[in-house]
Design a binder for this molecule. Sequence first.
Ligand code: ADP
Ligand code: MG
Length: 325
Amino acid sequence: MDEFDLIHRITPKKSHQNALVMGIGDDASVYQPHSQCEEVVCVDTMVERVHFRFDFSTPYEIGFKALAVNISDIAAMGATPKYYLVSIAIPPHGDEEIVTALYQGMKALADTYQMDLIGGDTVSTRSDFVITVTVIGEIPKGTACYRQSAQTGDIVFVTGELGSSAAGLSLLMNGVAPVKSVDTAFFLERHKMPQPHVVAGQICSSFPRVTLNDVSDGLASELNEIAEASDVTVEIEADKLPVHADLPLLNDKWLEWVLFGGEDFVLTGTIPEADWTSFEKQCKEKEVKVTQIGQVVHDQYAGVNLKENDQQTKLMKRGYNHFKK
Ligand code: ADP
Ligand code: MG
């Protein structure tokens, strides 16, 4: 495999964004930011055998997810994704076919959002693939959704459904046996090719005081982050948590998936009670599923409480943590 051939092959033939002045092919890319907007930037790395496995996912699916998790962070600010850059470290077992498919997976998702690939880096590694994706987005000035503005009385919501990705992973790892009446392909796809909630995030940013986080590490962890940043206490109700109808059929422990599984890449956050009806209406118009799951109950951080059959339990920030054994 030749580095320059490879770069040539992945260079897009045309771009979506008119504001792009110079894309791939020079020392750096140049674009004209919109004067009424703020730039929103994030980066995430996926490492073979830590974040993905070639025996679980195709290279196309891995590429798709590497971009999806970054778009999800942009969505969690309420912003619109515009550009992406990809740094890839290729091991000896990585041939041209794999790398091409990784980029095709990214392109498929990028095209749905009119995003342009504007640069990256290509290196070799001795053992595992490493894919680092940077995404640049834009948002009208002053409208980004941060984590620290929740107040007592706000409604806690989640977009989409929870636990499907963890169910998919469990099916892949043979931790859970498939159930005859259940469409397991649905759960596998939710794990392998998650869809970021960009439209939902944009709706959130059109309201004055929404806190927002994407569910990457698990609902318990994300809500604790919001509660901590806002210095409030959050209470959610187990029987309000939105799940796919078949999820409980797969395993008795399905609530664990919902609370701690993560990687659903839906959005969770808070909104003032006065804005809720109008928020719900806008979500419905744009076909975004949104569910109230609880409320902000106290203006000091004392964690996240789960109400289940009149019992209260404190939800710890448990979820996947790379440095915890
Ligand atoms: P330089 O040596 O000036 O840093 P490179 O030879 O590394 O440039 O890259 C040439 C061009 O190709 C640059 O525009 C760079 O952003 C782009 N590029 C290199 N590797 C990748 C990659 N893996 N994915 C996307 N673009 C890449
Ligand atoms: Mg150079």
